[in-house]
Design a binder for this molecule. Structure first.
Ligand code: ADP
Ligand code: MG
Length: 573
């Protein structure tokens, strides 16, 4: 369980010589930003319209170096990712405000590298410092343009949209993009060259497809999997860091854009507002449905937004008066995001194969332990392996003999054998029940209760009376079948040896000892749709029943015993 956290929202102001000091002011703690809109700038502003706004955020980054930005925004997210927490860092803002500069940085100058290369450096540095863990790193680079997915690290030369379109797939492990190449990187240099390749593809794509790269969303993902070298090898942690360079947020649609630009703007406006809706819904714990599937961006980020992950938003703004309207809209987005709470949690996974192997090892060890105990206690060699068919048949025979009274006691050897004895009691009893039922069926023919013609025919013939009772069957005289109760077993001696004296079915036997077909079983018969009438060939059943009656020492039920006892045999229900 993680502690509740808010989405962290920072504002980065792009350096300018023309900073609008009168309109943009920062709070003393550098965590708030006040906007004052001068009326004469906005034509047609009515007097009572709001002109002042105050936004409370987690930090304002003004004239901040790339280094400071990384320290403030990304460092903790990356370091927690190594402990198994998913993290997402997003840059939001209008085109040209510095999103790509913040995320990727300037390639010409090492000092100006952005969050992405620095995150990769930190990841590999931390792995080096953590020899107790085997950590693998993979990366992927996805571009979403007009709701289509593009692999910026496709192993094939970049030729535009892939032939087989990529799809977003969800499984219990999370969300993944089918068709997106994920590259194993064992060192920083590999990761850097992949990043460089991706950036190059991004530029080539923007030329070949005549698309402006600021009109697409780019998601660079670092996937990590950490296995402890010292602790249990059954558990491991996984995490993802999504570094998202969002498309420009300016509302192009409003200013009369046409054709391609309008289409792009529509997609961008939609996906950014779906992103906002999803994050807000995630922060609302009363909501059980989060609209992730409304667009590719939120669907692809489903397991990395809000919820159980660390989330940071960097809102890039211009410092000039001319951009104030877009700046305001970006700051509104940031302050809404800041209200959203998340509950970061470790992504702990279990390696089922390892767990089975470890349990097998444990089992071998415990058997050895038992063998030692047995030999110290001078017990004969007892095996603890599962029983084979011959051993089970032997127990079955013991149980039968015990029930017949030819075996006094059943020796206890071990737990497995006791369980098998109980099991065989059940088997034998159920066989006996089946035999009784079969015998009854042979004696009586089944007639459908609704078959009035037949019923009246048998009534006429005098086989059953008008109440449905069998003619000539004394009421209350149940059939006896079964085995002698324990009290009558011959030759019961007390021995010091541990024995099974009261098998689980004995209480059942005591209750209905003389008539295993009474009680529950008879209820079943009596409530059935059919009824029994004596069949012509009743020889066998009589044999079975009388033989069993003889073995029973229980007195036949007195004739004044409750009628229910024999009702099922005298039929109609
Ligand atoms: P976006 O990705 O938001 O459209 P970019 O990151 O491409 O904007 O920035 C536009 C231009 O401004 C780039 O030439 C970039 O180098 C420059 N730039 C942006 N932010 C900064 C900054 N903080 N310091 C220096 N140059 C910046
Ligand atoms: Mg950009």
């Amino acid at each position: 369980m993680g502690t509740r956290k808010k989405v962290h929202a920072f504002v980065r102001v792009k350096p300018t010589d023309d900073f609008a000091h009168e309109m943009i002011r920062y709070g003393d703690d550098n965590k708030s930003i006040d906007i004052h809109l001068k009326k004469d700038i906005r034509k047609g502003v009515v007097n009572n319209q709001q002109t002042d706004w105050s936004f409370k955020l987690d930090g304002v980054l003004h004239d901040a170096s790339q280094d400071l930005v990384y320290e403030t925004v990304a460092k903790d997210v990356v370091s927690q990712a190594l402990d198994g927490y998913n993290g997402t860092i997003m840059c939001y803002g209008q085109t040209g405000a510095g999103k790509t500069y913040t995320m990727t940085g300037a390639t010409e100058n090492y000092k100006h590298r952005g969050i992405l290369p620095r995150a990769l450096q930190q990841v590999f540095k931390m792995i080096e410092e953590r020899p107790t863990h085997a950590i693998t790193v993979r990366v992927s680079y996805l571009e979403i343009y007009n709701e289509s997915l593009f692999d910026l690290l496709s192993t094939l030369p970049y030729v535009g949209p892939s032939v087989t379109p990529m799809t977003i797939v969800e499984n219990p492990q999370g969300v993944f993009i089918k068709g997106l190449s994920v590259h194993l990187t064992s060192q920083e240099e590999d990761a850097f060259s992949l990043l460089f390749e991706g950036e190059t593809n991004r530029i080539i794509a923007s030329h070949t497809m005549n698309k402006n790269s600021s009109r697409s969303h780019c998601i660079f993902t670092i996937y990590m999997e950490a296995h402890s070298r010292t602790l249990s090898d059954e558990k491991y942690v996984t995490s993802k860091i999504n570094l998202v360079d969002l498309a420009g947020s300016e509302r192009l649609g409003k200013s009369g854009s046409e054709g391609r630009v309008l289409k792009e703007a529509t997609y961008i406006n939609k996906s950014l507002s779906f992103l906002e809706q999803a994050i807000i819904a995630l922060g609302d714990h009363k909501r059980d449905h989060i609209p992730f599937r409304q667009c590719k961006l939120t669907h692809a980020l489903k397991d990395s937004l809000g919820g159980n992950c660390n989330m940071v938003l960097v809102t890039n703004i211009y410092g000039e008066a001319a951009q104030l309207e877009e700046t305001l809209s970006s700051l509104r987005f940031a302050s809404r995001m800041k209200l959203v709470t998340t509950e970061p949690a470790i992504n702990e996974k279990y390696n089922a194969e390892r767990m089975v192997k470890n349990l097998e090892k444990e089992l071998v060890l415990l058997k050895q332990e038992l063998a030692i105990h047995d030999s110290l206690a001078n017990r004969n060699i007892v095996t603890y392996d599962p029983m084979d068919e011959i051993q089970i048949a032997e127990i079955n025979s013991q149980v039968r003999r015990y029930l017949e009274g030819t075996l006094d006691e059943i020796d206890i050897i071990n737990l497995r054998q006791i369980q098998e004895v109980f099991n065989q009691f059940r088997v034998v009893l159920s066989q006996q029940e089946q035999e009784v039922e079969a015998a009854l069926r042979r004696k009586y023919t089944l007639i459908d209760k609704n078959d009035f013609a037949t019923i009246s025919a048998v009534q006429k013939a005098g086989i059953i009376d008008v109440n449905g009772h069998l003619v000539g069957e004394p009421d209350g005289q149940g059939f006896g079948l079964g085995v002698a109760p324990f009290s009558t077993k011959p030759g019961k001696k007390s021995k010091s040896k541990k024995t099974v004296k009261d098998p689980p079915s004995s209480s059942a036997r005591k209750e209905g000892a003389s008539s295993p077909v009474s009680g529950k079983d008879l209820d079943m018969i009596s409530t059935s749709k059919t009824q029994l009438v004596p069949s012509s060939k009743d020889g066998d059943v009589k044999d079975v029943l009388s033989r069993d009656r003889e073995t029973s020492s229980i007195e036949p039920l007195p004739s004044d015993s409750p009628k229910e006892e024999s009702r099922p045999l005298s039929i109609i229900t």
